[in-house]
Design a protein around this ligand. Structure first.
Ligand code: SAM
Length: 242
């Protein structure tokens, strides 16, 4: 990415509520499933602009929460959003491959694929306390084989697999799947609606060629999702080391 393309990316993505599909109910589901409460240590790995960091802080009011993100711009956005929460919630610039810890919970929405599910989970084993869990979301095929619209959406993620395939990657890492739920429909709408509004607004401001290319690329992604909104999905999985 050139500096100009990076600028264009952040012109589109600056201050969007989140950087991937998801909703507060996902966090509350995981907290309930795991029976989490009290003074826990929690990592929001690759927190983006911090949407889930806020929900984790609300759902776990006594927890110490670290939001880790490699992109400085998103660290700043997260810091601004958590500013009122005090020192128990902090945002740090860092590589989630070296997450520190140990943690009772590692939350990772839409980002474990950067490390690879199996290698990422293997690397996090020592970052978990005894009894700790990882909750992560990962692109998933609901129907195999996928139809043309789903294939078009995931064109740049050829390693996508179905839930059985993700579970096999979890098992290969030495973890056990405890529960899962699908992220489909409304959580994607929540991600794309603000992005669509941003694109529409920027189109009115005579964007230059680099920004126009970024707008077109994001619009293509939204259009492809709109062609298959009931079938483009992430799986949210709760997993624990064996
Ligand atoms: C699709 S976004 C999801 C962000 C956020 N979890 C959310 O749902 O809004 C993926 C994020 O992962 C971050 N990221 C990628 N690799 C990373 C790494 N090794 N360490 C920390 N953050 C990383 C990117 O900067 C980006 O903000």
């Amino acid at each position: 990415m050139t500096p100009e393309e990076r600028d264009a990316f952040f012109t589109v993505h600056r201050d969007l509520p989140r950087e991937g599909p998801g909703e507060a109910a996902d966090v509350h589901w995981a907290v309930t499933q795991l029976g989490l409460e009290g003074s826990l240590d929690v990592l929001d790995a690759a927190c983006g602009p911090g949407a889930d960091t806020l929900v984790l802080a609300e759902a776990l009011p006594e927890a110490s929460i670290t939001a880790m993100e490699k992109t400085p711009h998103f660290v700043s956005e997260t810091r601004a959003r958590i500013a009122q929460l005090g020192p128990r919630v902090r945002a740090v610039e860092g590589d989630m491959a070296q997450p520190g810890g140990p943690y009772d919970l590692i939350w990772c929405a839409g980002a474990l694929y950067f490390l690879g599910v199996t290698s990422g989970l293997q690397g996090w084993r020592d970052a978990l306390k005894p009894g700790g869990a990882v909750v992560f979301s990962e692109p998933v095929l609901l129907n195999t084989p996928p139809n043309d619209a789903v294939c078009a959406f995931w064109e740049e993620y050829p390693q996508i697999t179905d839930l059985a395939g993700i579970t096999a990657q979890v098992t290969a890492a030495g973890y056990t799947g405890q529960a899962h739920r699908m992220i489909v429909g409304a959580p994607w709408e929540a991600y794309y609606t603000p992005m669509q509004a941003r694109i529409d607004m920027l189109r009115t401001q005579s964007p230059d060629a680099v920004l126009t290319a970024a707008l077109d690329e994001n619009q293509r992604e939204i259009d492809r999702w709109r062609a298959a909104p009931d079938q483009v999905a992430y799986a949210l999985l709760i997993v624990t080391p064996e």
